[in-house]
Design a protein around this ligand. Structure first.
Ligand code: ADP
Ligand code: MG
Length: 386
């Protein structure tokens, strides 16, 4: 089910008496989430990710704008009528119920339109000869079949008789996902679902979510503040800052081609190195080092120059940057140099190089891969095409 957000805005009124200002949690957000894809909402804490998700869910009403599922305007529909499955960071399972009952819970009050038959199995028809339908609850056997099928999908079949407290965090989160999926929702919404898990389980569970999403083909919106998490499982991601969409696209495309300095700095670990720089007639400079030619004859001016840690190379290339190397960390395949450069906006410049070369501490010149260096206008922080 394609989800379309049209100029979605959410404002929370402040409390002037307590000096709490109005907050624009989400500002004029327009995004199309393609059918069957896993799309990440990514950004630092407070940028409006959860608010966006809850508006899609119907738990929060937008101040303005529209939400469409396919060709249906759902902006004013209740959460139940939207057909969504929701998973939170803290699992929110019912502690006194077994796993089975937790997963079955959304089905117990569900009413579905079912065809009506006579005792001998012939269909009941109305005066126009059309099949008669009646709304009724699911039968116990129908519920059982759905619970077991969903439990199999998320691989919790062995735990159906346990209580949530008898499961690990990762297993509890799978139960929560099963509970969200059992009603066959049109869209699956996940709000930081891995944040309560330890590092190893987080990676395992995110791969599980990817697998489940692929198997079901359900359109999924995945909220996270963790860029690595988003990069590793999303088909597309929407990067947000202070309620405003910064960029949308495939993770690798955004990484390789960030539109502004915020996005460049938010993606990547170790983060991109940022320097104060200057465009001059004959080149783009960091201090006295010319790091790029000025082949498009850009006007002189102040810029930020950002270089990915993996963008440094030994010797190669005409353009180089001087670094004062303070320490060298060998990490198997790679080495990481921790250095300084007076124009860097952070105290440490990190360079990742392959470990087959000898380096020593002190002053060196590093080559730069041209596809790993980006230039941004110093005022607008927008990318300047080179
Ligand atoms: P995120 O999920 O990206 O961390 P949220 O969507 O929870 O961010 O919040 C976005 C902004 O809206 C924050 O500044 C937050 O303080 C504010 N906010 C969220 N919910 C409320 C609320 N109920 N009342 C007032 N402000 C809120
Ligand atoms: Mg949140």
């Amino acid at each position: 089910m394609e989800i379309r957000l049209k100029n979605l805005t959410k404002e929370f009124p402040g409390e002037p008496k307590k000096n709490i200002p109005d907050t624009v949690a989400v500002s004029n957000l327009s995004v199309t989430i393609p059918d069957g894809k896993l799309v990440g909402l990514l950004g630092p804490s407070g940028c409006g990710k959860s608010t966006t998700l809850y508006m899609i869910a119907g738990l929060k009403q937008p101040t303005s704008g529209e939400i469409w599922f396919g060709d249906q305007d759902v902006t004013n529909l209740t959460p139940e009528k939207r057909g969504i499955g929701l998973v939170f960071q803290n699992y929110a399972l019912y502690p006194h119920m077994s796993v089975y009952k937790n997963v079955a819970f959304p089905l117990t009050n569900l009413r579905v339109e079912k065809p009506v038959f006579y005792k001998d199995g012939t269909p009941v028809l109305d005066e126009n000869g059309k099949q008669v339908y009646r709304r009724r609850r699911l039968a116990r056997t129908e519920i059982d079949a759905l619970v077991r099928k969903t439990a199999k999908l998320v691989q919790i079949e062995e735990y159906l008789d346990r209580k949530p407290s008898q499961l690990s965090g990762g297993q509890q989160q799978r139960v929560a996902i099963a509970r969200a999926l059992v009603k066959k929702p049109r869209v699956l919404l996940l709000d930081e679902p891995l944040s309560n898990l330890d590092a190893r389980l987080r990676i395992q569970t995110r791969e599980e979510i990817r697998r489940i999403q692929r198997e079901t083909g359900i359109t999924t919106v995945f909220v996270t503040h963790d860029q690595e998490e988003a990069m590793s499982i999303c088909d597309q991601m929407v990067v947000m800052k202070l309620g405003v969409q910064q960029e949308i696209g495939a993770p690798q495309d955004i990484y390789n081609n960030p539109h502004n300095l915020f996005v460049a700095q938010f993606l990547g670990n170790p983060p991109i190195n940022t320097f104060k720089g200057e465009i001059k007639a004959d080149g783009i400079y960091i201090g006295t080092d010319k790091v790029l030619p000025n082949s498009r004859h850009l006007a002189n001016g102040k810029v930020f120059v950002a270089i990915r840690p993996e963008g440094f190379v030994f010797g190669a290339g005409r353009e180089t940057l001087s670094l004062h190397v303070q320490s060298i960390v060998i990490m198997g395949r790679d080495i990481v140099l921790n250095g300084t450069n007076p124009a860097s906006i952070k105290p440490v410049v990190k360079a990742e190089l392959s470990s087959d070369k000898q380096v020593s501490t002190g002053d060196i010149r590093c080559g730069i891969r041209p596809d790993k260096i980006f230039v941004f206008d110093a005022k607008t922080e927008e990318r300047i095409e080179l």
